[in-house]
Design a binder for this molecule. Structure first.
Ligand code: SAM
Ligand code: SF4
Ligand code: SF4
Length: 338
């Protein structure tokens, strides 16, 4: 940490930067980019509006100078961004970046695992919501089959990546997959993290009734496995971890709805067109791209980032109700980066 860490108005330091490298995706997950809203005529960002790799690297350096140590590349589907390994290598070379990961749906990982590894990436989170092909095909909105994703996960592990798997659990949709998914990844010693269904964006049909809480998921797991809780590895760790008592495999829970963790939220988000957001549920962001492209020097950019972070007061999940969720216009997950 810096001698004088940059703190927001609730005294939370800036520590993580999530960079969305594209707003496009080859999936249409019902909870994220439902195909009714993201149809063939949907206006994605033109290439000229995306931050270039040089712009992303320049901003990343500035964020690191303010205290950021962890970088996550996300999207949309980050593997759809051309020449991504070049960006990975650029970020890797920035002194002060202690950890870099990438979140992907895994569909394009077959061709890209090796070049990404060669560029210096070591950690992957792969999203997978079901093992049963029809269910997975419905959930991803494009009929993709799970076998290919599973094969890509094995391949990534063989390549040398540390892989975690993310599963969004929705009531009446994929609860029956909780134990089979846990067993599958336990046997391979891959950490599976259950994510509570969130009210991201404005169009994903969220309500409390559709959330399967950590408590419910844990009860199902405990009916099949013996588990022990783990201490958090660091301040602000998002997932609550557990270990199976009969092997070293772990599972985790991201409890954004039932046990919110805003008080330790140290994450800033940079959208693919260069807006800085200080919360996943933000309604608007600060346009760093416009400032940068108007010729601003590093000191001006730093002052802008500092000022945005110092004013930050977000604690959306702490305050969430169905009413506030309905009334708030939120930027979607696929745009802001999950
Ligand atoms: N396309 C990549 C992927 O799916 O891994 C990266 C971007 S995606 C927005 C990042 C993560 O957000 C994924 O693990 C996805 O499952 C999760 N996510 C998206 N919408 C969500 C929602 N409404 N509730 C909970 N998690 C969600
Ligand atoms: Fe695409 Fe990821 Fe959103 Fe699914 S969760 S639609 S894979 S961005
Ligand atoms: Fe952080 Fe916003 Fe999520 Fe709270 S709701 S944990 S402030 S991103």
């Amino acid at each position: 940490m810096n001698a004088h860490p940059l703190l927001d108005s609730l005294r939370r330091p800036i520590h993580d930067l999530r960079i969305s490298v594209t707003d496009r995706c080859n999936f249409r997950c019902t909870y994220c980019m439902p195909k009714e809203m993201f149809g063939d005529d949907y206006a994605f960002l033109p290439e000229s509006e995306l931050l270039t790799f040089d712009e992303i690297s320049r901003l990343t350096k500035l964020f690191v100078s303010l205290g950021v140590r962890k970088i996550r590349l996300t999207g949309g589907e980050p593997l759809m961004r051309r020449n991504l390994p070049e960006l990975v290598a650029g970020i890797r070379s920035i002194g002060g970046v202690e950890d870099m990961g990438l979140t992907t749906n895994g569909a394009m990982l077959g061709q890209q695992a090796e070049p990404l590894y060669a560029a210096g990436l070591r950690r992957l989170n792969v999203s997978l919501d079901a093992l049963e092909p029809e269910r997975f095909g419905r959930m991803n909105g494009r009929g993709y089959r799970p076998e290919a994703i599973l094969k890509h996960i094995d391949h990534a592990v063989q390549t040398g990546f540390e892989v975690k798997v993310n599963m969004v659990v929705q009531k009446g949709v994929n609860e029956s997959e909780i134990v089979p998914m846990a067993r599958y990844f336990k046997d391979r010693n891959i950490m599976l993290r259950f994510i509570e269904f969130m009210d991201a964006g404005n169009d994903n049909g969220w309500s409390y009734e559709k959330v399967v809480t950590k408590k419910e998921i844990l009860e199902r797991l405990q009916s099949a496995f013996a588990l022990e809780a783990l201490e958090p590895d660091y301040f602000g760790e998002v997932a609550q971890g557990y270990r199976y008592k009969d092997n070293q495999a772990k599972v985790g829970f991201i409890t954004s709805v039932s046990e919110s963790f805003c008080s330790s939220c140290t994450r800033a988000r940079l959208s693919s067109n260069g807006k800085l957001y200080t919360c996943l549920f933000a309604s608007d962001g600060f346009d760093l791209r416009a400032l940068m492209r108007s010729g601003a020097d590093d000191q001006t950019l730093l002052a802008a980032i500092r000022s945005v972070w110092e004013q930050r007061a977000d604690r959306y999940s702490d305050e969430r109700t169905e009413q506030t969720s309905r009334n708030r216009t939120k930027i979607g997950m696929s745009y802001i980066g999950g």
